[in-house]
Design a binder for this molecule. Sequence first.
Ligand code: CDP
Length: 784
Amino acid sequence: MSTTMHQHGGIGESIKRKEDGRFLRGKGNYIDDFVLPGMLHMAILRSPHAHARIKSIDTKAAGVKPGVIAVVTGELMAQHKLAWMPTLSGDTQAVLATDKVRFQGQEVAAVIAETKYQAEDARDAIVVDYEILPAVISPDGAKASGAALIRDDKEGQKDNHIYHWESGNKATTQAAFAKAAKVVRLHTFYPRCHPAPLETCGCVADVNPATGKATIYMTSQAPHAIRTVFALVTGLPEQNIRVVSPDIGGGFGNKVPVYPGYVVATAASLLIGRPVKWIEDRTENLISTGFARDYHMTGDLAVDKDGKMVALRVHLDSDNGAFFSDAQPTKFKAGLFHIVTGSYDIPTAHVTADGYYTNKAPGGVAFRCSFRVTEASYLIERLVTNAAIELGMDQAEFRMKNFIRPEQFPYTSATGWVYDSGDYPKAMNLALEKLGYDDLRKDVEQRRKKGEVTGIGVASFTEVVGAGPGAEFDILGLRMFDSAELRVHPTGKAMLRMGTKSQGQGHETTFAQIVAEELGIPASDVAVEEGDTDTAPYGLGTYASRSTPVAGAATAMVSRKLRDKARKLAGHLLEAAEEDLEWERGKFYVKGSPDRAKTIQEIAFAAYTNLPEGMEAGLEGVHYYDPPNMTYPFGTYAVVVDIDKGTGQVKVKRMVAVDDCGVRINPMIVEGQIHGGLTEGYGIAFMELITFDAEGNCIGSNFLDYLLPTAWETPKFEIGETVTPSPHHPLGAKGVGESATVGSPAAYVNAVIDALSPYGITNIDMPVTSDKVWAALRSKGVTE
Ligand code: CDP
């Protein structure tokens, strides 16, 4: 018998993941596993050009190919008012192009056929006559005079500018800069990368012609929000739409938006009256779905004569692609970028942001991060290391001098964030101790004297995760709360349903652990279900590390509601007053008489069989949790690199990561999350890049060009933890899923820049590839 069977599975226990049994046996239920009777297949024709006018689309040859049921164009979609759809950022996006194509890979037409191969063959027979237009591939290009106007479909849109947005205080920041002893500037580009989940996006749309009910099985991180958007876009009554997100093979933000493929497949199923399946291939996923980052950032840090930070000024130009469809709260045009003051007590800051249309895929999703906090964290952590180097101070010491101190929490940042709790010196000290920082620093100095290129990078990030509060955070007006519904069956087993949706984070295990802790039912007796809008309570979904902070809190709250009712039932069963009862995980007993007890299982049975007069039967409830604040996980990461002067190759020798996400529900899962995030951070820092040539052709459209880290490249991680509970979360927990992706890129690059600093090299933009490092060293006259 396995040891896990005896475990209660409460908070803090590293129980094995319940869901892994089916995943390891190949019994997961992913979107491509769905086969419905009479199901058809859809293939999408995409634009080969970044910017071109559509002169004509000839579908005749395609329409008569074997197995073809329908060829769908933008014109047909327009007849049903579905040629355009709203985006998550309140813009419009073409479902199938009618007038122009605006990025390479844009959806132009779709073929529905009996088999996938018939659909693809017929798609290749569609003839489109394009008039090629000049492509805009960067914000600078978008601003240039005479730049092609991308969004000529929008009335009143005279240029490629989308938005201007500001945060902080311009006047006080200017005044502080005027008095500063030193100003350090960093201009850096956080390049476009892609979440690249192993499972691409897809759906099976099944509109029943008899009942009118539309069931859409799809890869969605936010099924309820998608259902509401579908209802608003199609005009179908919301109760007739059922969105089901089955097992998801990685999302990382990529599966938040509504993509045209979902809309076309649903419209096709509605028109044809048969289920339609659409599954993206890898290239389609990389070139057309939600990218991440693509921020050009300039930061100025003002410091006084004692090395104290006095002001921060930041400007960014955002490359949003052809349609502004960033997945982010309505109020914040640049996501949560204005947390850019990071872990530092900077009295004043001013942030400005401008967004631009370009002829690139739309998206701007939060790739394993809380909206744009990753870009913000990268900028401030790179800037702080550069400032330390310029000031001749140690990077750790400079950070320590400027950290928000533990006694300052709750701390209000210069851009208005109220940090809930933190102990930054503690996390940094632990990381430095694990690394053996002081000795290593001496070692670096010695080796540099021998001509070796070696360095240490530190990054002390602060994240902001767990959106809402609903009053501040909404998506398309939907407040960002989340929910949990708990039903305890007569035999004391339970079903927990939630508004979130796991994509591999282990929700079926950790949320059962919260019930185990709060209501005393062992985790193995609690089934967790998410993702079916017909059964789960309404929620905003899983992204931006919001599940534990929001839905985890909802689970604790609903468990406590049920415990209150259980107390009443226990009083009835034990013939004791409620106030005379004590709760011990799993049972109530009469104070002073521990033998007079009723277990939660006995109480659950009574809820259906032996109730006090006037009490409703059953033991179930629901809780919608609107968090009073975000949670602020943090940590310090430290990296040691050696660089080969002859080739520019960077070798990561050590990577120490100390994370603080408050109370850990399942420490083993948390470590897994951190390992995954550090690996993705490594990929972003050194390997991954979605780039474009001058004509707007996407370079990086497959896994030979878009390089994901494997076990071969990935360094060994040394993990540590501190625990600073969140004061407002019912369990003291903060989110953690993305901390490592947010915090690690700066640590890796800071190590490289520290190594190169003796040669006067202050920046290399990611990905830090050997050729860039080699060229930087050569530019300073360094040879082998
Ligand atoms: O929203 P998402 O599930 O991606 O992220 P999260 O809530 O930050 O956490 C990812 C996973 O780590 C959760 O699903 C939990 O399984 C686990 N976790 C934990 O055990 N304790 C915490 N304090 C935070 C997360």
